[in-house]
Design a protein around this ligand. Structure first.
Ligand code: C2E
Ligand code: MG
Ligand code: MG
Length: 283
């Protein structure tokens, strides 16, 4: 174990057992009209000793020490329950949920997800799983599992596309419904010619294959306009909204609808100001 990992693992296990983790939710909106199309659940852990520990730190530890399945199950139940609350409030969006490549190795995993949806009263077509290529588990090896999800009506997005091991071939071979273009390509828009070319190419390919292309990490109006022009369909990022507490979503949506028209045109701009920033989003 790496230095400090044992202590972190013990605290994480306790936090998971005592339900001290929580989820925040980041909206994604459609560029065509600014409508809310999905909400991505992101796990948060605020520890009394270690402070706010980012998921990039504790998810890999959970994966290495057999805690990823309980984390996924807790997260899925919590997020689906929250989806019901929003639906009852009139907000019938789709829920995007991050799944570790480790969980996908279980052959019964698609059945488990379907059962949890059933138990929570959420139609499977309201759920989109976000998958990232693991270093040891190429997604192509998971064809069977991915196909099972699709048969059940669950959407599949490939996350952080363009980094790591992800390749254009996968978009064609695997049954994805969405591709999320990694924020490193969005970060240096609108000027960097190479990033423009990459974003345009992925967006065009996605459209040709019938997939939704989402641009991640949109932080400025110039980036928003660039990804629009380059052919992306959906956007997510701090400009649209930081990850929100569950009870902030409905109010955010109301405010965003009036803010949207000024984002793509040159009407006077009112930048996001009311919602307190999630501490992890500052990193
Ligand atoms: P991801 O799924 O690609 O999530 C997007 C990350 O980018 C989130 O970080 C989000 O807070 C951050 N982000 C969103 N908009 C912007 C922006 O405009 N600019 C910048 N610089 N960052 C932005 P977070 O929450 O720290 O999550 C990091 C990663 O941890 C996620 O990447 C995902 O792979 C993983 N993760 C988060 N929650 C879960 C979970 O419940 N289960 C699993 N297995 N993994 C999770
Ligand atoms: Mg994600
Ligand atoms: Mg991502």
């Amino acid at each position: 174990m790496k230095p400090g990992e044992r202590e972190l693992l013990a605290s994480f296990e306790q936090a998971l057992g005592e339900e001290k983790l929580r989820l925040v939710y980041q909206p994604k909106v459609r560029l065509k009209d600014g409508a809310l199309t999905r909400v991505e659940a992101l796990v948060r852990w605020d520890d009394s000793e270690f402070g706010a520990v980012p998921p990039s730190r504790f998810v890999p530890i959970a994966e290495r020490h057999g805690l990823i399945d309980p984390l996924t199950e807790w997260g899925l139940r919590t997020a689906l329950k929250q989806w019901r609350t929003w639906r009852d409030q009139g907000c019938d969006t789709r829920l995007a949920f991050n799944i570790s490549a480790v969980s996908l190795q279980r052959l019964d995993f698609p059945d488990l997800v379907e059962r949890i949806c059933g138990a929570m009263g959420v139609p499977t077509d309201r759920l989109v799983l976000e998958l990232t290529e693991g270093a040891t588990q190429p997604l192509v090896k998971l064809m069977d599992t991915l196909t099972r999800f699709r048969i059940k009506g669950i959407g599949l997005a490939i996350d952080d596309f363009g980094t790591g091991y992800s390749s254009l071939m996968q978009l064609r071979q695997l049954p994805f419904t969405e591709v999320k273009i990694d924020r490193c390509f969005v970060a240096d828009l609108p000027d960097a010619e190479d990033s423009r070319l990459i974003v345009r190419t992925i967006a065009e390919l996605a459209r040709g294959l019938g997939l939704i292309a989402t641009a991640e990490g949109v932080e400025t109006v110039a980036q928003l306009r660039a990804v629009h022009e380059l052919g992306c369909e959906v956007v997510q990022g701090y400009l649209i909204a930081p990850p929100l507490e569950a009870d902030q979503l409905i109010e955010w949506e109301r405010g965003f609808r009036s803010r949207w028209p000024s984002l793509l045109t040159d009407e006077p701009l009112e930048l996001w100001g009311d919602v307190e920033l999630d501490p992890l989003s500052q990193r």
